[in-house]
Each structure stands twice: as C-alpha cells, then as structure tokens.
Design a protein around this ligand. Structure first.
Ligand code: AKG
Ligand code: FE2
Length: 289
C-alpha cells in the first residue's frame, strides 16, 4: 500500500494514509513522513494498533528520544521513553498528576536548552465527547504579522519558564512544586522568531503557557506585545482541533507548532495517552534576571 497525505484543515495538519506501524517502515517511507510532517506541522495516523515498543521504535526513526528525566514521575514504569498523560486516578485513589498536563498553549520543552523537535501522542482511551487537543501553526502566525511587527520582534528573545507553566493548575499557584521544578528547569531565553532548521522558514516562538516576558523590556511593555502575539497565534483559521479516536497517533513539530489540551472533559469520563518525545537542536541560553 502506498502512502498518501491529505490536509486536515486550512491552517495546519495532514492525515497520512497507507501506513501500518506494526512493522518497520522502509527508509523512503520514513523520509516521506518526515517531509509531510515538517510541511504540515502535524500528522494524524489513524487505526494504529501498536504496543509501547512499536510506538518507541517508530519514534526513534526521527531522532534521539527523551527519557523524560525532567518529568520522571510520569514515565511509563517499563519504558522511560514514554510519558503518560492520563486523567485516571492513581492506584491509591489520588488524582492523576498529569490530568492538567498541557492545558495552556505551549511547545514541548521550550523551557529547556534542548527543546523537543517532535512529540508523538498516542490515544489509548478517550471518551465519546471531549478530551480534544488543539494545534496552532506558528509559521502562519509569523507570516501573517505586519512587516513592522516582524522587524521589531525578530532580534528579540523571550523568557520561557516551566515554573510559570505549572502555576495555573486546578490547585492554583503551587509554589512548592514550582520551586522544585525551577531547580531542574531554570528559566531560559529563546529567540522570539525561530528559523526552522530543516526548511529555513521562520516561526513565531512564544507561547501563553510558558513565555513570561520579553528579555530587556519591563513587564508592562512586554505584556502588551505578548498579549497581542498570543491572541494572533491562535486565531481559529490558524488552528486545528482534534477529537481523538482510540489508536490515533498524532505527530507535531514543536519548532513550528503550539498545542493545548482542552479542558473539555465530561466529569466521570477518562482519557489515557502515551507520548514519546524526539529531541531537537540546542536553542536558547540560560536567563539571568
Ligand atoms: O494531552 C494532550 O492533549 C496534550 C498534552 C501535552 O501537552 C503533551 O503531551 O505534550
Ligand atoms: Fe505538550
């Protein structure tokens, strides 16, 4: 069966048909998938009845995988390459720590000096309604800015801080947790406009969930500019919203895409996902206030 690719929406994404990840794919199919992935930002592969081993093996064709040491509590017990995002309570009945993972717009690991190239999220369980994920095309977000705005932000860097990312959970600001994370993940400065290493295209690289302010500006100045950019990035025509089916696998390119897990879960229903993470190129530098 040969591979075909069809677009999912105006703004972002494509579905890949004709692949079965239970068997290793030939190199030319991996090259086709990688090209479609980079060009479309996200790829959907439906009906993949795969084991964690097959998920890891496919992911590793695209680069070195993260062992999720920064998020060690939520790793799969047998497979550190798999990060579990689940709403299901823990064995002792306490709520899952990852029930609120990714609920604000972000790009994976942008708060580190080696942000993720790609993430591959696999759906194991999903309710009929809710549990959706939304994606935004940051190439398009950059392209649709005015020339004046592009010129102004191009040389700037912005601060990405994981402690900020986790402050806004159901529990409110959990400073003990935020402080512990700050030690592992101190704030970093990232370029506001990132040049995609494979295509040379420019993408906007700030996100509401993780970016605190623009380096070298005061918070009021910074807030005005960032608020505009956040709003601009996630205009509906720039995004795609996915309602998952079990056995869907979605790949996103963190260098040109932001994503967000929607808070649309119907009480009493549950969702269980497995993610692998492909490491990317080094980017940014440590931020000293
Ligand atoms: O669960 C989701 O829909 C996305 C969670 C997330 O941000 C991630 O796995 O990177
Ligand atoms: Fe994420």
């Amino acid at each position: 069966m040969s591979i075909s690719v069809r677009r999912l929406s105006y703004g972002i994404g494509a579905e890949v048909l004709g692949v079965d990840l239970r068997r290793p794919l030939p190199g030319e199919d991996i090259a086709t998938i990688r090209r479609a992935w980079v060009d479309n930002g996200i790829l959907l592969l439906r009906d993949q009845n795969i084991t964690p081993e097959q998920h890891i093996a496919f992911s590793a064709r695209f680069g070195k995988l993260d062992d999720h040491s920064a998020l060690f509590k939520y790793r799969h017990p047998q497979h550190p390459e798999i990060f579990i995002v689940s709403t299901k309570p823990n064995a002792d009945g306490s709520p899952s720590d990852t029930r609120e993972t990714g609920v604000n717009w972000h790009s994976d690991l942008s708060y580190t000096l080696r942000p993720a190239m790609g993430s591959l999220l696999y759906c194991r369980e999903i309710p009929d309604v809710g549990g959706d994920t939304q994606f935004a095309n940051m190439f398009l977000a950059y392209q649709t800015l005015s020339e004046g705005m592009k010129k102004m932000i191009e040389p700037l860097q912005a601060v990405h801080d994981y402690a900020w990312a986790i402050h806004d959970t159901e529990k409110g600001r959990d400073s003990a947790k935020a402080e512990a994370h700050k030690k592992v993940n101190p704030p970093v400065k990232q370029p506001m406009v990132r040049v995609h290493p494979e295509t040379g295209r420019k993408a906007l690289y700030v996100s509401e969930g993780i970016t605190t302010h623009i380096a070298g500006m005061n918070h009021d100045e910074s807030r005005a500019i960032l608020s505009y950019l956040f709003e601009h990035s996630v205009r509906p025509e720039n995004t795609y919203r996915h309602h998952w089916r079990p056995q869907d696998l979605i790949l996103w390119d963190n260098r040109s895409v932001m994503h967000k897990a929607l808070r649309d879960r119907v009480p009493g229903t549950h969702r269980h996902m497995h993610r692998t993470t492909v490491l990317g190129e080094p980017s940014g530098e440590l931020y000293k206030a």
